[in-house]
Design a protein around this ligand. Structure first.
Ligand SMILES: [Zn+2]
Length: 397
């Protein structure tokens, strides 16, 4: 079976490479993915997927088969913007192929996975027709860069699709990734009493109330302990704002915004507890809150989600990870596991819903969002072999 699948993928080699080139050439900034979604849906139809459409949020969804085990392959197909300060050796939307590599925005994060999923789907349909022992959903999720997790949260919560297993196409450099650090955002708000600057002793300065809290957060970051294999969490004050009746008055409002990365064992409760202890230490009444992430999809769907994205991690012995390691060995000749340092749609599938999730794709994580995005086309070919074989390895479990 392996040989049959792999030689069918090999036969699609040129199609695969022109597909990734086309996907890079279609600009698809977060919230502006209409063109790429319609392109992907049309390819799914052309390749004989049993179903292909975009959902009420604007994600591209394709389905192959009707078997009892439901597997979801997800690749977010939005990208971050190209900014003027970045230097590109090749124009970011030209899809330049040179010396066996493709360059451009999205060439790592994470259009290759979508090209691979589409060709794997095509090959599976060609070889097995309607005789699948599983159901495979291929998702091109939108707005992931602005709201990691939300697109899949929407599909599971509102579109009636509940996968048993999820594979993410974020860059893993052909390793099996089995978790990620979580993240959350928080605000701390201190209030005081305004007074004329000439009579400042009559006021209570909210900025002065916040200063020791900021200083303790800086110290807390250094005290956070690493946990194998995700490393240490972090805490960063990312913004500070204050208000006063005028520039000649005592400030009566001060608010900080915090970015918190969480490792194994850290969660919403433990993070809030740490911050409450700091606030209490300074006998402050400052309030701690979690903001919402809000936005609008290209289809005009509004969303609002608490800015809490849980850590998730699976053991190497987990059946899903084990099946992925065996598939990797067959498709690439090696099997290594790892974890992302950034956040992915797994915060919804594994973090919120507890659905076993892994990642496998070409491309180095550290090149994502940079002007150096590039992958080896041969790695994309290997990943596509992986995507074609993986459901069968999983079914053995
Ligand atoms: Zn990504």
């Amino acid at each position: 079976m392996k040989e049959k699948l792999f030689s069918a993928v090999e036969a699609e080699r040129e199609n695969l490479f022109s597909l990734i080139q086309k996907l890079v050439q279609i600009k698809s900034y977060s919230g502006d993915e209409k063109e790429i979604v319609e392109f992907i849906v049309s390819k799914m139809k052309e390749y004989g997927f049993d179903e292909a459409y975009h959902d009420s949020f604007g994600n591209a969804i394709g389905r192959i088969g009707n078997g009892p085990i439901k597997i979801m392959y997800d690749a977010h197909i939005d990208t971050v913007k190209v900014t003027e300060t970045e230097s590109w050796a090749h124009p970011p939307f030209a899809g330049v192929i040179e010396n066996g590599k493709i360059y451009g925005r999205g060439a790592v994060d994470e259009k290759p996975a979508m090209a691979g999923f589409l060709i794997a789907g095509k090959v599976l349909k060609q070889l097995y027709g309607n005789d699948f022992p599983f159901t495979l959903y291929v998702v091109g999720s939108t707005l992931e860069e602005d709201a990691d997790g939300y697109p899949l949260y929407h599909i599971i919560q509102n579109e009636g699709i509940k996968p048993d297993y999820v594979l993410l196409g974020e860059p893993t450099d052909l390793k099996v990734y089995r978790g990620q650090r979580g993240r959350m955002e928080l605000k701390i708000t201190a209030t005081g009493k305004s007074a004329h600057g000439a009579h400042n002793q009559k006021g209570i300065n909210a900025i002065y109330k916040m200063m020791p809290i900021v200083s303790d957060i800086e110290k807390l970051d250094k005290k956070l302990k690493p946990k194998w294999p995700l490393g240490k969490g972090s805490i960063t004050v990312s913004n500070i704002t204050s208000k006063a009746p005028s520039m000649c008055s005592v400030s009566d409002f001060c608010q900080i915004h915090i970015d918190r990365r969480m490792t194994i064992g850290e969660n919403k409760n433990s993070v809030i507890k740490e911050l409450k202890a700091i606030v209490k230490k300074h006998k402050s009444y400052a309030k701690i809150s979690i903001p919402n992430v809000e936005g609008v999809s290209w289809k005009g769907a509004r969303f609002s989600q608490e800015a809490y994205f849980p850590t998730w991690f699976y053991d190497e012995k987990h059946p899903l990870v084990d099946a992925a390691m065996k598939t990797s060995k067959a498709a690439t000749g090696k099997a290594k596991s790892g974890a992302w340092s950034f956040s992915t749609n797994g915060v919804a599938t594994a973090g919120h819903f507890g659905i076993p999730t892994i990642g496998f794709a070409p491309g180095k994580e550290e090149l994502a969002h940079s002007s150096k995005e590039e992958i080896l086309l041969n790695d994309l070919l290997k990943a596509t072999k992986f995507y074609s074989l993986f459901p069968f390895e999983l079914l053995k479990k």
